[in-house]
Design a protein around this ligand. Structure first.
Ligand code: ADP
Length: 525
């Protein structure tokens, strides 16, 4: 067993000179037997917060983790440091698992990683009770504690059963850790895990070394290619896409262009996934094209960029996914291309699933918060932190909005035209047709529906096609317009559109850069 002060263990066992942020306070609190809820961003150093107390207290630290694929890596790393560690999950053969249990009962382990479903078996709980009779459980660490929240993107029903730890082992300290910090998730974690008495350690969620940028999609592949060529020709990074199909197509396309790109999604064979993940972790300069199935717990410090070709589902998702960049503290880019099509398909996806209504409502609100972020003209760091209930001191001077402040314009009249065109055409057409009507184009569809007769036909010639598309995108994002998801994605007026149509409310929108200008400004860099 390792002995010594926290500081000595940090230095001698882990090889670090000093604690970071709240680590020391957390370690001391848990060593003294207190329960803790630790909210720390990805890369903040959560592992030491339970590893060091486990080494300092009598007995074994039991770590509950949903990340079966990563337990092996964590245990290997600990063994390298000379810490006796093991894991128990479904990847072990029966005999291997029995051997781990024997080591556990012989008190030979200081850290044991367990999958929640394994921990909750009566057989395992009985072993723990026997250990606990001699105070041989140092602590319980509940990693990725947000998995207990059903509103989060990583809900694991088994996490609900973890209250048993408190009920059956009231004297063993528990430390719950997560990088998901929004207030509703936090209170749900406290409630579901009976952590009312736990001290909360909330770190700043700011990731000052990440430069956020949201660009408007016009030719996403070309934009991605430009971004990679100008800023990350040799770097490791992650490209997130919404669907498995798009992951595969994008990875194949990047490969054709000569990039070292690999696909990752839950539909791939387990062996392929594991091979691709290993390559990404071990080799330099690999680009992983992935769905959100990739990333939780990935500890690759030098991921230099995270690119989103599709919208994440929420601010939490965006923060988590972009947070995988720059864990080493060096500058990293979070780049996203986004357009009206994304808003429409994301809304369709959320609404068409068979989740209960209440859940859909919550998810739509979360999506709206993300859209608000995309369209925001304020400093990205400020907007993100405010979402997590934190204030960022001043502007970051590094994100897109700080570097090239967004111009806004009084779009009240344009919004009235755009909304009224939806109304006059019967609230069932998509944006392309609506713009044709506003611009007075006599297309076959316009003729088919006799829309050249409408009062809105041709009233919008002052703006170009691109500008109308920007107006519609922003009106959808701001909630003036709904997308009909039962039909074919036609646009409909939301309640919020009324005061605008009645002339009671002004609408200010961001002035998007012209696509041509955007391209040249990219090329210049
Ligand atoms: P998290 O679980 O919060 O994402 P980790 O525990 O994996 O973060 O730590 C992230 C990285 O920071 C790891 O490479 C870890 O070794 C390193 N680290 C953690 N604490 C310290 C420290 N006090 N000093 C130096 N490096 C640290």
């Amino acid at each position: 067993m390792t002995t010594g002060t926290a500081q000595q263990i940090l230095r001698d066992t882990f090889g670090y000179a000093s604690f970071r942020g709240a680590q020391q306070a957390i370690v001391e609190h848990v060593v003294a037997g207190g329960d803790a809820l630790v909210l720390m961003p990805t890369g903040g150093g959560k592992s030491l917060c339970y590893q060091i107390p486990a080494l300092m207290r009598k007995g074994v630290g039991i770590i509950v983790s949903p990340l079966i694929a990563l337990m092996q890596d964590q245990v290997d790393a600990l063994k390298q440091l000379g810490v006796s560690a093991a894991f128990l999950n479904s990847s072990l053969e029966a005999e291997e698992a029995r051997e781990v249990s024997r080591q556990l009962m012989r008190c030979e382990l200081k850290l044991l990683y367990v999958a929640p479903e394994r921990l909750l078996t009566e057989g395992f709980l009985n072993l723990l009770e026997r250990l606990n009779q001699d105070n041989n459980i140092a602590l319980f660490a509940i990693d990725e504690a947000h998995c207990v929240s059903q509103w989060g993107h990583d809900f694991r029903p088994e996490y609900r059963g973890l209250t048993v730890l408190h009920e059956r082992f009231p004297s063993v300290p528990r430390i719950a850790l997560t990088a998901t910090a929004d207030a509703p998730t936090r209170s749900e974690v406290v409630e579901r895990l009976s952590l009312e008495q736990a001290e909360q350690f909330v770190s700043s969620f700011d990731r000052p070394n990440i430069r956020y940028r949201v660009t408007l999609k016009d030719n996403a592949r070309k934009q991605l290619q430009d971004f990679l060529e100008t800023e990350h020709p040799d770097d490791a990074g992650i490209v997130y896409c919404l669907s498995r199909k798009k992951v595969e197509e994008t990875a194949a396309w990047l490969k054709e262009q000569g990039w070292d790109a690999l696909p990752y999604h839950a539909g791939l064979d387990a062996a392929v996934r594991s091979k691709n993940q290993k390559k990404f972790l071990r080799e330099e300069g690999v680009i992983m094209v992935a769905t959100v199935a990739f990333g939780m717990g990935i500890d690759k410090p030098n991921v230099r960029f995270v690119a989103h070709l599709d919208l994440p589902k929420s601010m939490e998702g965006y923060y988590q996914e972009t947070g995988r960049a720059g864990r080493d503290g060096l500058p990293a880019n979070a780049w996203m291309a986004y357009g009206l099509g994304d808003v429409v398909s994301m809304r369709q996806m959320l609404l068409s699933g068979d989740a209960p209504e209440e859940r859909k409502r919550v998810e739509l609100q979360k999506l709206d918060a993300l859209l608000g972020f995309c369209e925001s003209t304020a400093c990205r760091h400020q907007t993100i932190l405010r979402y997590f209930g934190e204030e960022h001191p001043g502007d970051c001077n590094e994100c897109d909005n700080c570097l090239s402040p967004v111009d806004t314009w009084d779009a009240t009249k344009a919004a009235q035209m755009a909304l009224s065109c939806i109304y006059r055409t019967g609230q069932r057409f998509g944006v392309v047709h609506l713009i044709d009507v506003l611009l007075g184009k006599t297309t076959p569809k316009v003729e088919q529906f006799n829309h050249q007769q409408l009062s809105t036909f041709g009233i919008g010639k002052e703006l170009a096609q691109q500008q109308w598309s920007s107006v519609y995108r922003q009106l959808v994002a701001a909630g003036f317009i709904n997308v009909d998801i039962e039909g074919y994605g036609g646009l409909q007026l939301a309640e919020a559109a009324r005061p605008v149509l009645r002339g009671e409310q002004e609408v200010w929108l961001r002035r998007d850069a012209e696509p041509a200008k955007r391209k040249s400004s990219m090329a210049e860099r």
